[in-house]
Design a protein around this ligand. Structure first.
Ligand SMILES: Nc1nc2c(ncn2[C@@H]2O[C@H](COP(=O)(O)O[C@H]3[C@@H](O)[C@H](n4cnc5c(=O)[nH]c(N)nc54)O[C@@H]3COP(=O)(O)O)[C@@H](O)[C@H]2O)c(=O)[nH]1
Length: 737
């Protein structure tokens, strides 16, 4: 738009000093000149006024410009080519949090955060290179101890004095960067592990995340526009959902466990949190649901429960669950006034199975036993495994009448006996197992749970003591016996530790009187009860497992003695017969134990003779054969003890590397008294001779017995006639060492 003429331009032109005066002869009077001067002065004054006004207007414009410059929403900086700040507005100073004076001549580089300082150097160079070309970039700049994100527009210019400079506008974009970060975080959070569903206020699904589609199996487009009803499992009724929405609308949120249905129809548990989103007026605009699939967690919880309450091998209830149920059963029995029963079942010789065929076979047996036990009882009864080879069955609701309840419990006990007596197929092995069963009845809260369990256990020991593979009911005498046994077992453990056990030696001699060796016999001198027969404490040691330590100790002592005897000419030939119990022999490390002992003592292995009973041999013929063969290779001798008293299979006998048969003293005792026994003795001698085995008779007490034995071909004897079992010193005195 063309400029309007100013007031000065509009006014009629007055004469100027230089020649704007009209031409013509000077006809003016002084008056005229004065008037003219006055007019001129007025004109000048007017011009001056105009100038004043213009200056004032300019000043106002300048001030406005300054205000705009200084307080602009962006910072303005001018940099010298070396990066120094040569000019800046107040906004720029404020952005840096410093006084303008402190910033002038300061290198902008010192205000750049160290992570961007290299970049700034390059950017400065590049910005200065192309005059007139606007460049923009972002930098992290310092503000006191903190930083701010800045957007920089840089324009390289040539100043009035022809020096290059860089004009920069600086915008604080920290808020934008923060908002972007928040958005990014929200996006990441939205795509988190948990399923997220956003609905509008009418519960129409607007958005779901990836996790949500993964959990439900639906694609996003199959869900958007629908309501969450699509996920309904049918497991919760209308009231449930009504209460849930009621709570959300009342409190703003709800959370809890809920069953939903996946697209494939699978119903699964999830943990659901729903939050209502409200606008500034407090009106609900959206609902955000967080869905966590807890099916795996539930499964683990179930597994934990299974581990806590069930035996992992057999899946039967464990002791803890049994105790729980027993507690409930006692309460139920107190209401119904009916008896229940506890059956304590222990598998006979289970340890031998583990030792001989390995724990895997033991495990298979336990699993099969568990199945058979379940088959023997009603569905409501509890079959539990206590650990090892011990099972407890809890029968409920038997009868109000003691006799009838006893009879019912007995019937089930017998059913179990029959069932467990059937052979088991353990992989390739056919295996026979027998149980010992102890039974006790319960009613009301007459006895504590502990007492009941102890009673069933005691009764089971009664069954063991009665020869195993049988059942016994609890009674008081039985309890006392068991208590006495328990105390004896503790004493025996103590005796072993405190060297209260002693070895006695009973001479074995030939018909010509030559001592050929001795049998090593254990003695226990109890500090209060005096001598306790091995017949009493050896079975106890077997049952408790102490026999393994005791047996090792006897073998060590025997080998140590043989080593000493080896150094004397008249004892060098002596053999020591050591009794080996079944549990000791079938123990997995028995062979290694003997090898170590022989090595350590450095003795001739055939000086050591191991005495086995028939039951040891035939309990597990396969293990016996392999172990005997290995020991035989070392030179160890074997004697079959108490021969004739058991049920030896002659077929097996010929396959086992026995060196000697020992005629049981019960036959020897009856020589000349009981014709049948006398014939047995003759037969055994004949058989041993035919099989090429040595024969020795034990329990020889009279000259007649010896003479008879000699006459019929038995030339080695042991018995009181030749010498009772005696302490070592006495035996060695006898040998005249
Ligand atoms: N596993 C182990 N068993 C052992 C050990 N020490 C002993 N035993 C076994 O204990 C049973 C009883 O032994 P014990 O009371 O020592 O009786 C032995 C002899 O003392 C006795 N005997 C010997 N001669 C006569 C006699 O003329 N008359 C008579 N009345 N008794 C006599 O016989 C027992 C011999 O035992 P054995 O030869 O073993 O059959 C017994 O079964 C021992 O085996 C041990 O360390 N480990």
């Amino acid at each position: 738009m063309p400029n309007k003429p100013t007031e000065m331009e509009q006014r009629p032109k007055l004469h100027t000093e230089t020649g704007d005066r009209p031409a013509g002869p000077p006809s003016h009077s002084v008056e005229e000149l004065l008037n003219e001067l006055r007019a001129h002065q007025i004109e000048l004054e007017m011009q001056n006024e105009e100038l004043q006004r213009i200056r004032a207007a300019l000043e106002t414009a300048h001030n406005r410009y300054l205000d705009l410059y200084e307080f602009a929403p962006v910072g303005y900086l001018t940099l010298a080519p070396d990066g120094r700040i040569v000019e800046l507005n107040l906004t720029a100073a404020r952005l840096f949090g410093l006084e303008r004076n402190n910033l002038l001549n300061c290198q902008l580089a010192t205000l750049v955060a160290h992570q961007d300082s290299d970049r700034w150097r390059l950017l400065l160079k590049s910005a200065l290179r192309h005059e007139g070309e606007l460049k923009n970039f972002e930098l992290l700049l310092k503000r006191g101890d903190s930083h701010f994100h800045a957007h920089l527009d840089c324009l390289p210019v040539m100043t009035e004095d022809k020096t290059p400079a860089l004009r920069i506008t600086l915008t604080d974009i920290s808020k934008n960067v923060y908002a972007e970060e928040q958005l990014r975080l929200a996006a990441v959070a939205f795509e988190a592990q948990e399923g997220i569903m956003i609905t509008d206020a009418d519960k129409v699904i607007l958005q779901v995340n990836r996790a949500f589609t993964d959990i439900t199996g639906y694609r996003a487009d199959e869900l958007i526009g629908r309501t969450p009803h699509i996920l309904n499992s049918g497991r919760h009724n209308e009231t449930f959902y009504a209460e849930m929405w009621n709570c959300i609308n009342r409190t703003g949120s709800w959370q809890g466990e809920i069953w939903d249905r996946r697209k494939n129809g699978e119903i699964y548990p999830k943990w659901l949190t729903i939050n209502a989103v409200k606008n500034s007026e407090g009106v609900i605009t959206h609902y955000v649901g967080l869905h966590t699939d807890i099916s795996e967690r539930k499964a683990s919880e179930e597994e934990i429960k299974q581990l806590a309450y069930y035996d992992p091998l057999t899946s039967l209830p464990n002791r803890r669950l049994l105790l729980d149920r027993l507690q409930q059963a006692l309460a139920a029995s107190s209401r119904s006034e009916k008896y229940g029963a506890l059956l304590f079942i222990d598998l006979d010789n289970f340890k031998s199975l583990n030792d001989n065929l390995g724990h895997d076979m033991g495990d298979i047996l336990l699993q099969q036993v568990a199945k058979r036990l379940i088959a023997c009882v009603r569905e409501g009864d509890t079959v539990s495994r206590q650990g090892g080879d011990e099972f407890i069955i809890m029968l409920e609701d038997l009868s109000e009448n003691t006799e009838e309840a006893t009879a019912k419990a007995k019937t089930i006990g017998e059913k179990i006996l029959i069932s467990l007596n059937q052979s088991f197929q353990l992989s390739n092995h056919e295996y026979k197992s027998t149980p010992s069963i102890g039974i006790t009845l319960y009613i009301d809260h007459q006895h504590t749970i502990n007492t009941l369990l102890k009673r069933a256990d005691t009764a089971m020991y009664g069954a063991k003591a009665a020869g195993r593979n049988t059942l016994r009911f609890f009674d008081q005498d039985m309890q006392e016996t068991v208590t006495a046994r328990a105390s004896l077992e503790a004493d025996l453990r103590f005796a072993l530790e405190k060297n209260q056990l002693k070895l006695y030696f009973q001479r074995q001699a030939r018909h010509d009187g030559l001592t050929i060796g001795a049998e090593v016999l254990l003695r226990w001198e109890h500090p209060e009860r005096g001598f306790i027969s091995p017949l009493e404490f050896i079975p106890l040691a077997e049952e408790s497992g102490l026999i393994e330590s005791i047996g090792r100790w006897v073998l060590e002592a025997a080998c140590a003695k043989l080593k000493l005897w080896q150094d004397h000419a008249h004892t060098r030939h002596l053999q020591l017969a050591v009794n080996i119990s079944a549990r000791q022999f079938h123990h997995i490390g028995f062979i290694e134990q003997i090898c170590t002992l022989l090595d350590k003592a450095a003795i001739d292995a055939n000086r050591l003779k191991l005495e086995f009973t028939e039951s040891l041999v035939f309990d597990n013929i396969y293990d016996t054969l392999t172990k005997m063969q290995r020991l035989k290779e070392l030179g160890v001798g074997f004697s079959l003890d108490d021969f004739g008293s058991g049920y030896s299979s002659l077929t097996y006998l010929t396959q086992l590397p026995f060196d000697q048969l020992k005629i049981d003293q019960s036959f020897v005792r009856n020589i000349g008294i009981k014709p049948a026994d006398t014939v047995v003795v003759q037969t055994i001698i004949g058989m041993a001779n035919n099989l090429g085995m040595d024969i020795i008779a034990e329990g020889v007490e009279t000259e007649q017995q010896r003479a008879f034995l000699k006459r019929h071909g038995c030339h080695a004897y042991q018995g009181n006639l030749l010498g009772k079992a005696m302490p070592l010193e006495e035996f060695e005195r006898f040998l005249e060492i």
